[in-house]
Design a protein around this ligand. Structure first.
Ligand code: GLU
Length: 446
C-alpha cells in the first residue's frame, strides 16, 4: 500500500524553518515510497487565517520544490465536521460545558496550588437538563469536550518507538468553542480519515494530542494512521527557536539569497545520523531519507551552517543551472566567469561583486612599499593571457625581484582585484585582460 501523507499548516503566519522541516519530512517520505503528498490548509480559525498567508505558504513550498498532489481547505468542509460532531453527540461522546475561561483558569490554579495536575474536573458531565436550561437562559453558550476513555492510547511511533499516553492524565479536549468554531483536533481527524491518510508525520509537540486523537479516530470508525513525531528544532544554543522564527521565514531567507536546496539539505539532515552536506537535488535527499536515521534529540539549526551549506551548494552548481539567474543579476554570464567565482560565493548575489571586479573599471589596492614592484610586474606581463600565464609570470617576477611567497603574490592580488582573498588568480587574470591588468598594476583606474 502506497503511503498518503499530509502537511497541514495553518495560514496564520509565514512558513518558517520549523514547519518547513515537517513539510520536508512528509514530502521526502511520500516521494521515496512513491506515495501521495497532500497539502491541507488548516484554516478553521477564520479570524486569524488569511488568504495572503495561504498564497505565501504555497509560493514558499513551490520555491522549495515541495510540490503537492492535492490540496484542500478545511474552511470548505465545515459540513463534514458538523456531521461528525452530531454523530459524536448522539453517541454521548462529546458533552456540552458552560464554564467561562476565567472559571477554568481559576480551577487550574487551585489544582496547581494543591499540587495536582490541572486536569478538567468533568463537572459538566453532572449537569442536569434543568441546570443546562438555566445556564442557557443566562445566555451562556456551550463549548464541547470529547469524553476520553481514561485508558492508555498506545502506538508504535516511527521515530520515537513504542508510545503510551494515559488519557486519564489529560483534560477532555475541547473540540468546539462556545462560538461554534472548531479547534484543530476534530477537523484534522475527520480529514485524515476522509483523505485516507496512512501516516501522520509532525512535530513532537503533538505527541499528547495524538493520544487524544487516536481515541477520536476510533470513535469515528476510521483506521488509526501510523504516527511519526519528529524532535523539534532548537538553535545553536540549544534553546527553542520560537522567538526567532520570524527571521527564519522562507521569504526572509529567500531575500537574503539563501538557496532552497541549501535549506532542504540542512533541514533534511540535522538531527539525523547522516552527515550534513549540500545536496544538488531533492531526489538525492529523497533517496537518502529514512525514519530510522532520525534521532530522538532536538535538531540544532544554525544559521552559520546554513550559509556554509549554501556556499558549498553554489560551489557544486553547474553553470547551466545558474545562467539565467546570473543574467537576471545583470552579470555577464559566461561559463569561465562562473567557474572562476563559484568557490568564492556565500550567496549567488556575491557574484555581482566579482563581476564588477572583472568587468568594470576600478583601481586596485597598492600599498606604498609595493608601488614599484607592481609597476615592474606590469612591464613583465605578456599581452596574450591564458591560464598558464600566472605561473609563468610570477616565476619571472621571482627571478627578477627579491620577492617570493606572500610578499610576491599578495600585492599582485590586491592590485588586480582590490581584495585580499578571492578566485584563483590564474583564471582571473585572463578574464581581466592584459590592458586592464597593467593599468591596475600601475595604480591607474582600469
Ligand atoms: N495545523 C496543525 C499545526 O500546524 C497541524 C498539525 C498536524 O499535522 O496534525 O500544528
Amino acid at each position: 500500500m502506497k503511503p498518503i501523507v499530509r502537511f497541514a499548516p495553518s495560514p496564520t503566519g509565514k512558513l518558517h524553518v520549523g514547519n518547513v522541516r515537517t513539510a520536508l519530512m512528509n514530502w521526502l517520505f511520500a516521494r521515496e515510497q512513491g506515495g501521495t503528498f497532500i497539502l491541507r490548509i488548516d484554516d478553521t480559525d477564520v479570524e486569524r487565517s488569511t488568504k495572503a498567508y495561504e498564497d505565501g505558504l504555497k509560493e514558499d513550498l513551490n520555491w522549495l520544490g515541495l510540490n503537492w498532489d492535492k490540496t484542500f481547505n478545511q474552511s470548505d468542509r465545515f459540513d463534514l465536521y458538523k456531521s461528525a460532531a452530531d454523530d459524536l453527540e448522539a453517541r454521548g461522546l462529546i458533552y456540552p460545558c458552560y464554564e467561562t475561561s476565567e472559571e477554568l483558569d481559576r480551577q487550574r490554579k487551585i489544582l496547581r496550588a494543591q499540587g495536582k495536575p490541572p486536569i478538567y474536573n468533568r463537572d459538566a458531565l453532572e449537569l442536569t437538563a434543568e441546570d443546562i436550561a438555566k445556564l442557557e437562559a443566562e445566555g451562556r453558550k456551550p463549548h464541547w469536550r470529547f469524553k476520553l476513555s481514561g485508558k492508555a492510547a498506545e502506538w508504535e511511533d516511527m521515530v520515537r518507538g513504542p508510545q503510551r499516553v494515559e488519557t486519564s492524565s489529560l483534560s477532555d479536549p475541547v473540540l468546539i468553542r462556545a462560538d461554534g468554531s472548531y479547534l484543530y483536533t476534530l477537523p484534522s481527524v475527520v480529514d485524515d480519515i476522509d483523505a485516507e491518510i496512512t501516516h501522520v508525520i509532525r512535530g513532537e509537540d503533538h505527541v499528547t494530542n495524538s493520544g487524544a486523537q487516536i481515541e477520536i479516530f476510533e470513535a469515528l470508525g476510521g483506521p488509526v494512521p501510523t504516527f511519526a513525531h519528529t524532535p523539534l528544532l532548537v538553535g545553536k544554543d540549544g534553546k527553542g527557536l520560537s522567538k526567532r522564527l520570524g527571521s527564519l521565514s522562507m521569504d526572509q531567507l529567500r531575500e537574503q539569497g539563501i538557496e532552497p536546496l541549501a535549506i532542504c539539505s540542512l533541514l533534511g539532515k540535522i538531527g539525523t545520523s547522516d552527515p550534513i552536506e549540500a545536496r544538488q537535488s531533492l531526489d538525492i535527499l529523497k533517496d537518502e531519507f529514512a525514519f530510522s536515521k532520525i534521532g530522538r534529540a532536538p535538531a540544532r539549526f544554525d544559521e552559520e551552517e546554513l550559509e556554509l551549506i549554501n556556499s558549498r551548494l553554489l560551489n557544486d552548481t553547474p553553470f547551466a543551472v545558474v545562467k539565467d539567474r546570473l543574467d537576471a543579476f545583470g552579470v555577464p554570464a559566461t561559463e569561465d566567469f562562473w567557474n572562476l567565482v563559484r568557490a568564492n560565493l556565500t550567496k549567488l548575489g556575491d557574484a555581482v561583486g566579482w563581476s564588477t571586479v572583472i568587468h568594470a573599471p576600478m583601481s586596485g589596492q597598492i600599498a606604498e612599499e609595493d608601488k614599484d614592484f607592481c609597476k615592474e610586474a606590469a612591464e613583465y606581463l605578456p599581452d596574450d593571457l591564458h591560464p598558464e600565464t600566472w605561473g609563468e609570470w610570477t616565476t619571472v617576477l621571482k627571478q627578477n625581484t627579491d620577492r617570493k611567497g606572500k610578499t610576491l603574490f599578495l600585492p599582485l592580488r590586491l592590485a588586480l582585484s582590490g581584495r585580499r582573498r578571492g578566485p584563483e588568480m590564474d583564471k582571473l587574470l585572463p578574464l581581466l585582460g592584459a590592458e586592464r591588468a597593467r593599468a591596475r598594476l600601475r595604480g591607474e583606474v582600469g
